[in-house]
Design a protein around this ligand. Structure first.
Ligand SMILES: Cc1ncc(COP(=O)(O)O)c(C=O)c1O
Length: 411
């Protein structure tokens, strides 16, 4: 199991078990959800969004942690995600499928006992034709995506859902376009007002109707947006919905992305590294090779544009990110040779230093959501609670998990 580099003995070195790995602290997800709940007014339900494999963290594992943290609903984008959560044993929790559904997917969602979203009378008829179920009517108050922009049409859909046998009108919802943009010229407040004016009278008619609008950013922004339930994704995983600093919002990033220094080699001034020779050494130095690349979701846009932590120090990624490898400049010090086999952190903390998903997102001119969602299946997710391995792992898997949590999660 121990591996210190290509064919090298590992004695005396810290070890990692996989070329690239993501360790996910389920206790952090649980605490983030408990913290988010503490921000909610009494009686407001927390729905944790676990679509896209739990924003790259693992849907079922994240869902269980969220429920332990006080979440009472889960939301996904598609019917397949709903089916997979049910198959993973998450049976006694309300599940909302938020996305558009083909006729096949609608049947799959309803078969998974999930609530679905409707916004035209024909959606209501489709749910009835598929055997009926619980629906949430969506008003498009300004997002310009799913939902109807016309409150009168949304009210007709409400009436149709109430009067159609086999359907239960469970909720009324909208989605904010600019909750994360504090300089949106009042667009967030505009959407809030459009939704509230349409939804409040419906609630008066049907007190059990669940009104919901807020995503993570909206929770932080305005308590008025909470209504009866909030749909919270990014913050549950400990990332900052405003793309800034998770700690400043009392959020704990749950995911650590790690690899290790598989090779160290001298690089003389004038020598290059990687496809297209996009790095040429200006002076004699050492290159470290880490076996992680865009095939793992470490994007090519990070070529010459990221740092990596090794031994608690930042080293610059140099050259082009290839599918399976990156190179880092370890500097001219001959001591660089001793870094062979050392764990490397691409996202997460190490000995007092930290690289956040927000930092990586800024470098890529994107958002933290995309950074963790981009991690591919090739990157094994290993689960732990504050460093203690969890899961049904046995034999080799247990050993791998132990090695990984020791070398990355506890860093
Ligand atoms: C309809 C809807 N609601 C809620 C969310 C959760 O948003 P966030 O991850 O910003 O909390 C999403 C995510 O994109 C969404 O599409």
């Amino acid at each position: 199991m121990r591996r210190g580099g290509q064919g090298e003995p590992a004695e005396g070195r810290e070890v990692v078990a996989d070329r690239a790995h993501a360790s996910v602290n389920l206790a952090a997800i649980e605490r983030n959800c408990a913290h988010l709940r503490s921000e909610l007014r009494d009686g407001v339900a927390l729905c944790t969004v676990v679509k896209a494999d739990g924003y790259g963290h693992g849907a079922a594992q994240s869902a269980r942690a969220a429920l332990a943290g006080g979440s009472s609903w889960l939301a996904v984008a598609g019917s397949r995600e709903a089916r997979e959560l049910r198959a993973a044993g998450l049976r006694d929790v309300r599940l909302l499928v938020m996305g558009a559904l083909s006729p096949f997917e609608l049947r799959e969602a309803l078969a998974a006992d999930a609530d679905v979203v409707v916004w035209r009378e024909r959606c209501v008829h489709a749910v009835a034709a598929a055997g009926g179920g619980r629906v949430h009517v969506k008003l498009d108050s300004g997002m310009g995506r799913l939902g109807t922009r016309d409150p009168a049409e949304a009210s007709r859909v409400v009436a149709a859902a109430r009067s159609t046998p086999g359907l239960e009108l469970a909720g009324a919802m909208t989605h904010f376009a600019t909750a994360d943009d504090l300089e949106d010229d009042g667009f967030f407040e505009f959407q809030l007002d459009v939704f509230a004016r349409w939804a409040r009278p419906l609630k008066a008619e049907q007190p059990g109707l669940l009104l919901h609008a807020a995503n993570s950013a909206a929770i932080l922004r305005d308590a008025q947006a909470q209504f009866d339930m909030v749909r919270c994704g990014i913050a549950a995983y400990g990332m900052d919905p405003l793309g800034d600093a998770p700690d400043a919002r009392s959020l704990e990033p749950a995911l650590v992305l790690g690899s290790y220094v598989a090779e160290v080699k001298p690089c003389r001034a004038g020598q290059s590294a990687g496809y297209g020779r996009r790095f040429t050494a200006q002076h004699d130095t050492h290159l470290g090779v880490l076996p992680i690349g865009y095939g793992d979701g470490w994007r090519r846009g990070l070529s010459n544009n990221a740092d990596v932590l090794i031994g608690g120090r930042r080293y610059p990624l140099v050259g082009t990110v290839s599918m399976d490898n990156i190179t880092v400049d370890l500097g001219p010090d001959p001591g660089a040779e001793t870094l062979r086999g050392k764990p490397a952190i691409l996202i997460g903390p190490q000995e007092g230093e930290r690289i956040t998903a927000e930092e990586v997102a800024r470098r890529l001119d994107t958002i933290n959501y995309e950074v963790t969602c981009a991690l591919t299946e090739r990157v094994p997710r290993v689960y732990h609670r504050d460093g203690a391995p969890v899961g049904e792992a046995t034999g080799e898997a247990t050993a791998r998990a132990h090695v990984r949590t020791r070398s990355t999660a506890s860093a």
